[in-house]
Write a protein that binds this ligand. Structure first.
Ligand code: PHE
Length: 343
């Protein structure tokens, strides 16, 4: 028995010495000291040993057990120390080195002011139950004009000249095209909103661009009236400007609404006293809107005798200009870092 114990001890200690990883050490522990380990088995079977040998074998087994345990523990400590030393050596960084502060700052990006306004308006409108829809920037004549009650050769087409592709499609002139697409997907009652980039064949100046951004909204339900429209518009503007805004409606012509309006807001720059932004009138034209024309509903598959709705279009560039006091629309797409860094 003693020979067997000596053999176990020698093997276990030798294996521990040559082990090169913590996993290997753990295997050795299981092999000798685990529940079914060689030494554990002997300790368990002490009862079967003749009484005269029992005490000496027991003592020896326990001594070897402690010896092996200690060797394993030491090996484990030394292996984990070399492990972390190696890690430190491999992943060495000089924490005292100066960060290149200037370049880091220059690389910091910002969200474009138009996108900021767009996200804000999306939040406000979704909280009012509007669902966000999307559509392509290259549109068909049908979605951009025809389905919006602007037939071919109708003089109203001159209101929105644009860029045509050779295959008869066009760069969409307004996000109203998104509403037409939305009407094909949702059933009334519904509230949808379509934000996006739009294009017009336009000579540019401080307040005109050939590429700009809009958010168009549309609500269809039973018995929708102009008062619903005014209420939602006032609420929307209040949320955007974080204060009460006075509005007025003037008649406006858009083939897809009847009646159609231009909604003006009391100039927030001069509080109505008259300034260059409101051209001394005290009012700023901001929101074309109206009740959806029955022809448009009909073409969208909606029965106008049963349902009615309002629609509105918000020019995001104009809104951002009002909100941030920007004096030239061309800044937005100039890509000028000095302009963009201010937001
Ligand atoms: N789509 C119109 C435009 O871009 C704006 C508008 C939208 C007018 C909805 C009335 C209702 O000029």
């Amino acid at each position: 028995m003693q020979n067997e114990l000596d053999k176990i001890r020698a093997e276990a200690l030798a294996a521990t010495t040559t082990a090169s990883s913590i996993e290997e050490v753990e295997e050795i522990r299981i092999q000798y000291l685990g529940r079914k380990g060689a030494l554990t088995q002997i300790l368990r079977s002490l009862g079967n040993i003749p009484p005269e040998e029992r005490s000496s074998v027991g003592k020896l087994s326990n001594r070897y057990k402690v010896e092996i345990e200690t060797a394993i523990e030491e090996k484990r400590t030394s292996l984990s120390r070399t492990g972390s030393e190696e890690l430190v050596r491999k992943q060495w960084i000089d924490v005292t080195l100066d960060a290149p502060a200037a370049t880091t700052q220059e690389r910091l990006g910002r969200i474009h002011p138009i996108s900021q306004i767009q996200y804000e308006i999306e939040d406000i409108l979704t909280s009012m139950g509007f669902e966000i829809h999307d559509g392509p920037e290259v549109e068909t004549d049908y979605y951009n004009f025809e389905a919006l009650n602007i037939p071919k050769h109708h003089p109203a087409r001159d209101m929105q000249d644009t860029f045509w592709t050779e295959d008869g499609n066009l760069l969409r002139t307004h996000t109203s095209a998104i509403q037409v697409r939305a009407m094909e997907k949702v059933k009334p009652p519904f509230r949808v909103v379509g934000p996006g980039r739009v294009f017009r064949y336009e000579s540019t100046d401080a307040s005109h661009e050939n590429t700009f951004y809009q958010v168009e909204g549309m609500m269809v339900d039973r018995d929708i009236t102009v008062s619903h429209l005014i209420y939602v518009m006032k609420k929307l503007l209040q949320e955007i400007f974080h204060r009460d805004v006075a509005v007025r409606l003037r008649p406006g012509y858009f083939p897809f609404v009847e009646p159609g309006f231009e909604l003006d807001i009391h100039c927030l720059i001069c509080d109505g006293a008259g300034c260059s932004v409101c051209k001394q009138s005290g009012w700023v034209e901001l929101l074309p809107c109206g009740l959806v024309h029955p022809n448009v509903l009909r073409m969208g598959g909606i029965n106008p005798d049963e349902w009615s709705g309002f629609a509105f279009g918000l020019g995001l560039n104009r809104l951002a200009m009002m909100k941030y006091g920007i004096n030239d629309i061309r800044h937005f797409l100039s890509g000028d870092i000095r302009f963009l860094k201010q937001f």
